[in-house]
Each structure stands twice: as structure tokens, then as C-alpha cells.
Write a protein of this length. Structure first.
Length: 216
């Protein structure tokens, strides 16, 4: 578990920095562009936290391979792009509802520990990731999820502002991060790189403004 609590019983910085929201960086890999008919195949979530030097850092990724839901459409072009064989036995994929709980349970635990009110999804063009998660939640009949229903943080926009680049690979490289094209388009790798980019931009901004100013 991340060390998020303060010794003086004040709220942790993470609970104050983003208006009570806990940023969780998410990436999904899918069998197409349409959440209602294409399958969710991979999901990875990377929490972030402030270290002892008040630097925002990525934590360890939480990830899961997902079984295609019944009657889902598997677009061959999408599978060729992400290199996923949905029925490969070594994927050890979980049914969709079980996969969601695998991601949601630790996020809910972090919400309690951090004293944040809601998780907010951070993604590169996050409407795509959030759309697939919400569609899976509906299929599973879940009454709630830890993520905000419509608000999100978009690192494509943030990358364009900070580095003049909106493509993840180019924004990451502009920020000085290494990029391995062979590992790209897996949920874990893309989520980890997105988390690094998000943290770098927030830290860069926070060098020039205090938390007291942010709360005014």
C-alpha cells in the first residue's frame, strides 16, 4: 500500500492537490473502437502519489488481461495493431466482471487511504478508455465504479501544452522519456509511460506555483 497518510492527521497532499480527486492513470487495449460491441482485452491502472520530496511519482501498475464478452466483435485490424490473440491460453485472461473487480478493489482501497472522494481517470485521449470501462460496468450490472463518470485528465492536451506534442510517443520523448516501440500498444506499457508523462508535467507546473495558490 502506498504511504499516503500524514503524521499530523492532516489530509495527504494528494487529497488536496486535485480537489479531492485521486488520479489513476489508465490504458485499455480493445478489439475495436466501439465500447458497446468491441471487447475490452487488456486494462492497466497506475496510481500516483507524492514522495517525501513532494514529487508526484507513479506507483506499481495494476493490470489484467480480459476475456472477450459473449458476442463481442473482434476487429482483425484492431488485433493486428495491438498484437493481441484474445484466445491465447497463456494470456490467463479473466472474465470481464472479475477483471473490473481486480482493478476497482485496490483503487477503492487507495481512495480510503488517501482520503480522496473519487478517482479520476488520467489517460491519453481518456474518453476512449473511460468509454470502454463504463460499457463493461454496464454489462456487468455494477451499480458504481470508483472513477468519475465524465471528468478526466487528458495527457494529450497536457502534452500539447507542455511540449507541443499530442501523440503519446512524441510527447514522452519530448519530455525526455525513453520510448520502446516494440513494447507500445500494451496496456501496462502505455499506462506506465502515460503516468510518467503526467507526473512530469504536474511536477514541472508545481515548481512554479504553491499548493496554497492552487487552493485559492
Amino acid at each position: 500500500m502506498l504511504r499516503l497518510m500524514c503524521e499530523d492527521n492532516e489530509k495527504p497532499k494528494i487529497a488536496k492537490r486535485f480537489r479531492g480527486f485521486l488520479p489513476i492513470v489508465v490504458d485499455v487495449e480493445t478489439s475495436g473502437f466501439y465500447p458497446e460491441r468491441n471487447a475490452l482485452l487488456e486494462i492497466a491502472a497506475v496510481p500516483v502519489y507524492f514522495d517525501d520530496d513532494d514529487q508526484l511519482k507513479p506507483a506499481k501498475a495494476i493490470s489484467c488481461h480480459v476475456e472477450p464478452f459473449h458476442d463481442s466483435v473482434l476487429d482483425p485490424k484492431a488485433l493486428e495493431f495491438n498484437g493481441i490473440d484474445p484466445f491465447h491460453p497463456f494470456r490467463l485472461a479473466k472474465p470481464e466482471c472479475e477483471a473490473l473487480q481486480h482493478i476497482f478493489s485496490p483503487v477503492e482501497a487507495l481512495l480510503k487511504e488517501s482520503q480522496c472522494t473519487r478517482a479520476i481517470l488520467v489517460g491519453h485521449n481518456p474518453f476512449f478508455d473511460l468509454g470502454f470501462i463504463k460499457a463493461a460496468v454496464r454489462r456487468c450490472g455494477l451499480k458504481k465504479m470508483p472513477f468519475h463518470q465524465f471528468s478526466s485528465f487528458d495527457t494529450a492536451t497536457m502534452g500539447g501544452l507542455a511540449y507541443g506534442q499530442t501523440v503519446l510517443a512524441k510527447a514522452a520523448q519530448a519530455a525526455g522519456l525513453k520510448w520502446n516501440e516494440k513494447n507500445a500498444h500494451s496496456a501496462v506499457y502505455d499506462a506506465e509511460q502515460t503516468a510518467k508523462l503526467f507526473c512530469m508535467i504536474v511536477n514541472k507546473w508545481d515548481e512554479h506555483i504553491s499548493i496554497e495558490q492552487l487552493q485559492q
